[in-house]
Design a protein around this ligand. Structure first.
Ligand SMILES: Nc1ncnc2c1ncn2[C@@H]1O[C@H](COP(=O)(O)OP(=O)(O)OP(=O)(O)O)[C@@H](O)[C@H]1O
Ligand SMILES: [Mg+2]
Length: 487
């Protein structure tokens, strides 16, 4: 039998069935028809071994909003759809930069979970009398699976789909950078290109930090089990230009979190601080840069404005009372307010938040602020050594080796140059982009830094020797003093 004949036969079978159905509807009394439909449905359900679940796109009584579950399923299915479905729909993704693909109506894709096969189908109902409250098209996804897997699918699988869908959404969305003025956050789109791959530091240290961050982002169950708030504190310290701020941007890009850059010097008091911190949602990094300049050891705020006021007070003592009032008013954000928040309130509301402090002077910080539990990980970012230099050379000059590398390795051990300074030397120096010029410029920079360090050490040694000499001189005079006293 040819394919054509087969289709002809199929056509006549369908025509006969339709005719039989029309006769059935016309000649059988309504009640009898209903009973036949009901019992045939039961028989079919008994024989049919699959369960189906339908997820409508529009939720709520009046179909005002898109269902969260539908959106999460759509995102979850997007990768499977793009490889399996024959008809796809494309739209601009939420990040405004890439195309998001989903399966078109009446398509089916297969999924697998713990060795079990299941099927997702997309469909749409067309309303015969559409209105504002009753849209013409109502889309849905239908999940079909064997009834013997009911518990697993209704329990773990659906949870997995919703979680994974939401996680993909977070990964695809645009990162945002929030900053506060007084007690309000405002944001811009975060487009910082920093990545851990391009961060110059020893590879083992970098890997350790990345592993720590990824482990944190996946540790919801662990934190719940041990009864701890799902938060983690990092303290980044080191001289200027060693990559503290760059690392924070790399953290946000790695985890897909938003950044909340908290400027403590513009927060009026602890109440405003609490309000600001309460508004920070999950999957965020709160950043407090230069913590040593924002709060001093007594817990009093020490803003730049206050220092300026102090200088003005000295010039004009009459102004002092008014200025003092202002200063007390402005000094109400305290270390204890901040610590209380990190320890207490946060534990009670939500999770998956990182708090990152940066400082140039770790030794100045209050031990209460950096004790573990608050700052779980202390990361030192330091001067550029050879391993870090190799990353910069790869990024900036696209070279893995060069005959000048040996000289640079020696100098990097002897001179302290920050990665920011090294990067400055590695910027292209000629139109041809010959790396030799950049490397020679770096060698000169390193030699200069080495010479400066030598002169500084000499000067320090001279001052120290002078001080020692003074002490000896004084000690020599002391017995005379004793004799004079006795006299
Ligand atoms: N470790 C690094 N890897 C790659 N680039 C770096 C690194 N450190 C610094 N840079 C470069 O130097 C610039 C300044 O670095 P960054 O602002 O991160 O330093 P910082 O440690 O935050 O300094 P500060 O203490 O002054 O805030 C960055 O834009 C980056 O290009
Ligand atoms: Mg910085």
């Amino acid at each position: 039998m040819t394919t054509k004949d087969m289709f002809a036969n199929l056509g006549s079978i369908i025509a006969s069935l339709m005719f039989a159905w029309a006769m059935f509807q016309q000649y059988f009394p309504y009640q009898l028809r209903k009973n036949i439909e009901k019992y045939s449905g039961r028989v079919l359900r008994f024989v049919y071994p699959y369960i189906q679940i339908r997820f409508n796109e529009l939720s709520g009584e009046r179909f005002f909003s898109r269902s969260e579950a539908y959106i999460a399923i759509q995102t979850y299915l997007s990768t499977r759809s793009s490889t399996q479905a024959k008809k796809l729909k494309a739209d601009i993704a939420k990040n405004g930069q890439t195309l998001a693909l989903s399966m078109d109506d009446h398509e089916e894709v297969e999924d697998e979970f713990k060795g079990i096969k299941l099927w997702w189908a997309s469909g749409k109902d067309i309303s015969k009398s559409p209105s504002y409250f009753n849209p013409e098209e109502k889309r849905y996804y239908r999940l079909t699976f064997h009834k013997q897997h009911r518990d697993l699918i209704l329990g773990s699988y659906l949870n997995h789909v919703l979680k994974e869908g939401k996680a993909i959404e977070v990964r695809n969305r645009q990162r945002k950078l929030y900053t506060n003025s007084a007690s309000k956050w405002s944001h811009v789109v975060l487009k910082h290109p920093a990545k851990f791959q391009t961060l110059a530091m020893e590879p083992e240290k970098k890997k350790e930090i990345m592993d720590d961050l990824i482990a944190f982002s996946k540790a919801e169950e662990f934190y719940e089990r041990v009864g701890r708030a799902w938060k983690r504190g990092y303290l980044l310290y080191g001289p200027p230009g060693t990559g503290k701020s760059t690392m924070i941007a790399a953290m946000a890009n790695l985890l897909g979190y938003d950044l909340y850059d908290l400027e403590l010097t513009s927060v009026k008091n602890n109440t405003d601080l609490r309000k600001l911190l309460m508004e920070v949602p999950n999957k965020s990094i709160i950043v407090i840069e230069d913590i040593d300049c924002s709060i001093d050891l007594t817990g009093q705020r020490k803003g730049k404005k206050n220092e300026k006021d102090e200088a003005e007070e000295q010039k004009d003592p009459k102004q002092k009372p008014e200025k003092e009032e202002k200063a007390t008013e402005a000094s109400q954000v305290t270390l204890s307010g901040l610590l209380n928040f990190i320890d207490g309130l946060w534990s009670a509301c939500g999770g998956e938040r990182l708090i990152v402090f940066t400082t140039n002077y770790v030794e100045k910080l209050d031990p209460a602020l950096i004790r573990s539990g608050r700052m779980d990980k202390h990361i030192e970012l330091s001067y550029c050594r050879f391993e870090a230099f190799k990353v910069l050379a790869r990024n900036y000059l696209q070279i893995e080796s060069h005959h000048l590398f040996d000289r640079i390795r020696e100098l990097l051990e002897e001179a302290n140059l920050s990665p920011a300074d090294v990067a400055e030397h590695l910027m292209p120096k000629t139109a041809s982009g010959d790396p030799t010029f950049s490397l020679e410029s770096l060698i000169k920079g390193l030699e200069k830094a080495k010479e400066e360090a030598r002169l500084k050490a000499e000067e320090e040694a001279r001052l120290k020797a002078e001080e020692e000499a003074k002490k000896i001189e004084q000690a020599a005079k002391e017995p005379e003093k004793v004799v004079t006293a006795e006299e």
